[in-house]
Design a protein around this ligand. Structure first.
Ligand code: SRM
Ligand code: SF4
Length: 574
């Protein structure tokens, strides 16, 4: 819990410009429709640049060719990235076939990118194809409402449906929470799906939960089933930790205030673990979800966006004050937290058999990038599986893909396809399967260093280090993010790299394997070669001095290499 309790409930001062944009947007419409028909620019202008985010899109350009285009006096080649809303990451094979086709025909990168929040992104959709994209998705039951912007984002849920009944219940809650917290404006249908105009219906828009100005900042929610922490609760504003009795869900512990982003040089920003507020019964779930969201809506910092997330609200007003307000709004008191334990975090790659006798195959997808290239035709392989698969598919929060609910008689054929297209590869090390990077270059406008394109080769070097020290089958949770926003969740890794500039990273150490500890800065602004040398030396010390089954992250703290981050606001920057 925070040690910084000062009960200024509302931050006074001139509001951030995003507040004006939201307030003047007519419930997120802006002038997006006018911009769509403007042929002069390939991008969106003024406020619409921000507003399209609430509809699940970001304006981008290819940074690899930006300088060259500028030399030719051309505007950047604007396009959009779309992020779909897929609560719990569940997608049917027929939906997959449709998105696979769209990626081929209408995106400049021809790929489907699985994200760290259990959904997929299209990169490189040009303006003339944007409406077609939304209409194609709508025709298969997918939308991209509120996957970006100051709203509750895609709701995550533990991926592997191995305990089928419990997973089904948890997944249904993820879906219900997502629907409950979704913006109610009809702007999305009106702008992208040619839905009826609000003036014609005579029914005005209303946002009973989010309000006309929506939330102060992005908001992230999960439903997690211990002992797996595959969705990384501490990266999220609001978590419902499933508490079960004899395989039946009976309620949730509610964890609030996690988040990983920071800004270099601004010590008022930091990654923070979520606090456990207590246990609630199932029947109260939606009320508590709304109460946490509305408390953050009313108390979150609307003056400074850098300090606007729930984690900062908790540290500013005090966790107990926040908790009491949530109880006041629901009229229900939290009960004492029920015991639970996280014992794992990564996905279990390969086959598992569920308690319903169905088989689930988790495919490791490096950095979530599904594409055909010279080494492997992963995209074709997934398509071939989707063409015959009778169950469903699940995108994981570790950027992998589960082919779920496979009957015994279909197992061999699916395995055969996965092997043929490189989706199962016995040569992949545990280290590779427990390494992850954010997108970064060329599409991310905020990237300071490479991440996705950097990771594969660096992991090969890491494998070399483990091999040299005689532990080729072990792994250290390793993550890279191209800037301090932390999309690859390096701030929950045992070894985390955070991009500072071309081939320059900050090296953080000391997260733990189950993702309940924030790592600490060890070396600032170092090259990848220097980082590798440091890791080589530290792994040598770990192997020589570790206690029985002591993880690398635990070792570096016990050995005094870095100090432990117990309370972020106090320890992270000291
Ligand atoms: Fe993220 C912004 C990609 C998960 C914290 N993130 C971005 C943008 C949209 C850049 C931008 O604002 O223009 C990136 C687009 C890159 C691209 O070309 O695709 C981007 N974030 C991603 C994804 C695709 C990374 C990935 O490799 O999978 C993840 C998409 C998740 C999804 O499906 O919704 C992604 N982003 C995360 C996570 C991890 C998580 O949520 O588990 C975090 C850290 C957790 C947290 O929120 O604290 C994260 N992204 C950010 C931030 C910093 C927010 C903050 O609190 O300050 C930004 C920048 C911002 O919001 O201003 C950002
Ligand atoms: Fe882009 Fe930074 Fe997020 Fe990586 S961490 S995707 S570089 S915003």
């Amino acid at each position: 819990m925070s040690d910084n309790q000062n009960t200024a409930l509302i931050v006074e001062g001139p509001l951030a410009d995003n507040e004006r944009i939201k307030g003047e947007s007519n419930y997120l419409r802006g002038t997006i429709t006018e911009d769509l028909s403007d042929q002069i620019t390939g991008g969106f202008t003024a406020d619409n640049f921000q507003l399209i985010r609430f509809h699940g899109m970001y304006q981008q350009d290819d940074r690899d060719i930006r300088a060259e285009r500028a030399k030719q006096k051309l505007e950047p080649l604007h396009n959009v990235m779309l992020r779909a809303r897929m609560p719990g990451g569940v997608i049917t094979p027929s939906q997959w076939l449709a998105i696979d086709k769209f990626a081929d025909e209408h995106t400049s990168y021809g790929s489907i990118r699985l994200t760290t929040r259990q959904t997929f992104q299209f990169h490189g959709v040009l303006k003339p194809n944007i409406k077609l994209m939304h209409q194609t998705l709508n025709s298969i039951g997918i939308d991209s409402i509120a996957t970006a912007g100051d709203v509750n984002r895609n709701v995550l849920c533990t991926s592997n449906p191995v305990e089928s009944e419990l997973h089904q219940e948890a997944y249904q809650w993820a879906t219900k929470i997502s629907e409950h917290l979704l913006p109610k404006t009809r702007a999305y249908a009106e702008v992208w799906l040619d839905g009826e105009k609000v003036e014609d219906t005579q029914v005005p828009d209303d946002e009973p939960i989010l309000g006309k100005h929506y939330l102060p900042r992005k908001f992230k929610t999960t439903v997690v089933i211990p002992p797996s922490n595959d969705i990384d609760v501490h990266a999220n504003d609001l978590n419902f930790v499933a508490i079960s009795d004899n395989g039946k869900l009976i309620g949730f512990n509610v964890l609030v205030g996690g988040g990983l982003a920071m800004t270099f040089g601004d010590n008022s920003t930091y990654p923070r673990r979520a606090d456990d507020l207590g246990f609630i019964e199932l029947k109260d779930t939606l009320d508590f979800a709304a109460a946490v969201v509305t408390t953050q809506r009313d108390w979150g910092n609307r003056v400074n966006r850098k300090n606007a997330k729930t984690k900062y609200t908790l540290d500013r007003v005090g966790t107990d004050v926040f908790k009491q307000e949530v109880e006041r709004r629901t009229g229900v008191a939290f009960q004492a937290s029920r015991p639970y334990e996280f014992t794992s975090r990564g996905d279990t790659i390969g086959w598992v058999k569920g308690i319903d006798n169905k088989h689930h195959l988790t495919l490791f997808i490096e950095n979530g990038r599904i594409k055909d290239n010279a080494e492997a035709a992963l995209k074709t392989g997934v398509r071939k599986i989707a063409e015959i698969h009778q169950g469903d598919m699940r995108m994981t929060a570790n950027q992998n893909l589960i082919i779920a609910g496979i009957a015994e008689q279909d197992k061999a054929q699916i395995e055969q396809i996965a092997l043929e297209y490189g989706l199962i590869d016995a040569k992949q090390s545990n280290q590779r399967q427990n390494s992850m990077a954010c997108v970064a270059f060329p599409t991310c406008p905020l990237a300071m260093a490479e991440a996705e394109r950097f990771l594969p080769e660096f992991v090969t070097s890491l494998e070399g280090v483990l091999d040299k020290h005689g532990i080729p089958d072990e792994h250290i949770v390793f993550r890279v993010t191209g800037c301090p926003n932390g999309c690859g969740r390096a701030m929950l890794a045992e070894i985390g790299l955070v991009g500072r500039g071309p081939d320059k990273y900050n090296l953080y150490l000391g997260g733990n394997p189950v993702g309940t500890r924030i790592p600490k800065l060890y070396k600032d602004n170092v090259t990848s070669a220097d980082i590798l040398a440091e890791i080589d030396q530290l792994v040598g010390q770990w192997v020589e001095n570790r206690q029985e089954s002591e993880s690398f992250g635990d070792f570096v703290i016990r050995h005094g290499v870095v100090s432990e981050v117990k309370v972020s606001v106090r320890d992270f920057h000291d």
